[in-house]
Design a protein around this ligand. Structure first.
Ligand SMILES: Nc1ncnc2c1ncn2[C@@H]1O[C@H](COP(=O)(O)OP(=O)(O)OP(=O)(O)O)[C@@H](O)[C@H]1O
Length: 593
């Protein structure tokens, strides 16, 4: 077994690695922003030009929400006021500035860049974009044309950094037995020896879904019985989320309080959606715009408007909105100053009332759900939970997993994920800065997840693997099963022999629809590969700089195969074409049939 990890040196290494990663991210973005014109950035999807403020209101936390629409001057007569295609997404950090004139020189533009305000994208619609401004007393830029440009996102780093700094500063006597287990300074409590025995009460567990297979039942019993940590290893399509939902329901039956997290909003929303039919008293923390519409009813934003405790908050919110809109009508400087002073007072009042409302909502929920990052927000600081559950844990940086573990009080952790799929993306892996870091544990990089580290520390006795998959024909499953999962995967009856010709609608029995897996050998043929420079502005969305590959003849082969499937009756919307290269994706327009 590896040696126990020294907690303080672990945190120091993490801080250094995180800093190297942030530097890599910042230099990538800054290089891009400083060397391209607004028009080029807009073409690359990183900026939106020609905007005006269309409205201002007060959002959760008393923050200013500003809506931007297209300047009427650029909307062609009779045309729609739709914002042209862009790659700015909810949650992105952006700057809003007066738009430099097309003729402005670079230095002048930089000067302008210092003005303006920063914020987070709250909502993106066809005809407008909403931004929550960072600074409460920020003055929204003037009446001229504005532009909005995407900046590097350092918010998640800040929180990971705070978390690792807190871990580093903890005194030894502050380490809980639970924490010691997570660093190998203690062993997990032994499980009851009769866990797999019919005499164990967990064997009489009544499951909400009677169709669970044996590996799923065992994982649920194991996670219930474990005292400190339980890892649920779910290869693709093995029902990992299905198992987590059951586990949550079972833990609730034991009257426990749960914090459920995932690295992304979608991973958390997926659980909320699947828990909702069980009428569980739950609350989903997070920016309302980042949540799926079906999840909004459980969100703090909606509950602070609709719950009993909400009326008090509403009063102040309305008053703030009225004041805010009166600023724009006032030209007199003294009056404006007075309004700002009033707003400051109101904001204080608002925050206090809102805090009370949120506290009562969080207290009343047996299950709180948030992203790992969101679990570090002030709503949860110091709150007690019996179990923290993290889904998609093998896709999260370890420092991210520590956000819920350090800011709330908890003594048991369940991690669900698949450490054999791709780890989180790291930009600094081979950077000079990352290489200079001396790791506290052998070979530690940011790619080492908490899931990996715990397995290496305590061995597979802390893990249960789900082995029946409900997604792939046996032949498709064979390769990943043999190469990654020790040949342990089993195809469920429902998919083991499933073919396209057996789809529940009319599909002809042809060579293409009879085979579950086909390989085309393109070696040696006339399949020349092209390398394209993915230069900004050439139509790529996001920051796809660097080389990308494409191969016209291979695209032709795909087109031919897809054509045959469609001709046999397979619906086009049931077919996905996947390729790792952007340049090859761009060949897809030639695939219309
Ligand atoms: N015991 C079961 N019996 C029948 N179907 C099941 C069972 N368990 C899971 N499934 C089905 O398998 C599919 C995959 O389930 P789920 O989405 O929970 O898996 P997952 O492991 O979380 O998936 P992913 O690979 O996307 O992480 C779903 O359609 C689910 O209904």
């Amino acid at each position: 077994m590896p040696k126990p990890t020294d907690i303080s040196s672990f945190a120091t290494t993490q801080l250094e690695l995180l800093d190297a990663e942030l530097q890599a991210e910042l230099s990538e973005t800054n290089a891009l922003l400083s060397s391209h014109t607004p028009t080029a950035l807009s073409r690359a999807g990183l900026a939106i030009l020609n905007l005006n403020v269309s409205s201002i209101r007060t959002g959760l936390g008393g923050k200013l929400v500003v809506e931007f629409g297209l300047d009427p001057a650029v909307v062609t007569k009779g045309g729609k006021p739709d914002i042209p295609e862009h790659g700015i997404r909810v949650g992105d950090i952006v700057a809003v500035q007066d738009q430099p004139a097309g003729s402005a020189k670079k230095s002048e533009k930089r000067e302008l860049a210092k003005k303006g305000v920063e914020g987070v994208v709250l909502r993106v619609r066809r005809e407008n974009v909403e931004i929550v401004l960072d600074k409460e007393d920020a003055e929204v830029p003037g009446d001229g044309k504005l532009w909005l440009v995407k900046l590097a996102n350092d918010v998640t780093y800040k929180r990971m950094n705070q978390t690792m700094t807190k871990l580093k500063k903890l005194e030894e006597q502050e380490y809980t037995p639970f924490m010691r287990v997570l660093f190998g300074q203690g062993s997990p409590s032994p499980l009851p020896s009769d866990l797999n025995d019919a005499s164990n009460p967990l064997h009489k567990l009544s499951f909400n879904d009677p169709s669970f297979n044996d590996s799923q039942k065992e994982a649920i019993r194991f996670a219930l019985a474990s005292r400190e940590i339980a890892l649920i290893h779910g290869p693709p399509g093995t029902g990992k989320t299905h198992v987590l939902i059951e586990l949550i329901l079972q833990l609730l039956k034991q009257n426990l309080r749960l914090l459920v997290c995932g690295p992304s909003n979608i991973s958390v929303d997926n659980i909320v959606e699947r828990l909702a039919p069980h009428k569980v008293p739950m609350i989903r923390l997070g920016h309302p715009a980042r949540l799926l519409p079906s999840v909004l009813n459980h969100s703090l934003d909606v509950l602070t408007k609709t719950s009993d405790a909400a009326a008090l908050v509403q009063d102040v919110r309305k008053e703030m909105d009225d004041k805010q809109s009166s600023i724009r009508k006032t030209r007199n400087a003294r009056e404006r100053r007075q309004i700002y002073t009033d707003l400051k007072e109101l904001r204080k009042e608002y925050r206090e009332r809102e805090k009370g409302c949120v506290e009562s909502l969080v207290r009343g929920s047996k299950v709180v759900l948030a992203t790992l990052h969101g679990a570090g927000g002030f709503h949860l600081k110091g709150k007690e939970f019996d179990v923290v559950i993290v889904d998609e844990a093998a896709q999260a940086l370890e420092a991210q997993c520590w956000v819920p573990l350090l800011w709330v009080k908890a003594s048991k952790l369940v991690l669900a994920g698949d450490h054999l799929q791709l780890p989180p993306t790291i930009k600094s892996l081979n950077s000079k800065e990352a290489k200079a870091v001396k790791p506290a544990a052998s070979n530690m990089t940011l790619e080492t997840t908490l899931f990996d580290r715990l397995l290496a520390l305590h061995g597979s006795s802390i893990k249960r693997m789900l082995t029946t998959q409900y997604r792939m024909h046996e032949l498709i499953m064979r390769f990943p099963s043999d190469e990654l999962y020790g040949s342990k995967l089993i195809a469920a009856e429902s998919v083991r022999e499933r073919l396209l010709k057996d789809l529940p609608y009319q599909v002809e029995d042809t060579d293409e629809t009879r085979e579950p897996l086909v390989f085309f050998d393109t070696q040696g043929g006339d399949f020349a590969e092209k390398t394209e420079d993915e230069e900004i502005g050439k139509g790529g969305k996001g920051m796809n700089l660097g080389d990308s590959k494409s191969n016209e003849a291979e695209a032709g082969l795909v087109k031919m195969h897809v054509g045959k499937l469609v001709a046999a009756g397979v619906k086009a919307e049931d077919i996905a074409v996947v390729t790792p290269y952007n340049a090859q994706v761009r060949r897809s327009p030639c695939m219309t049939w």
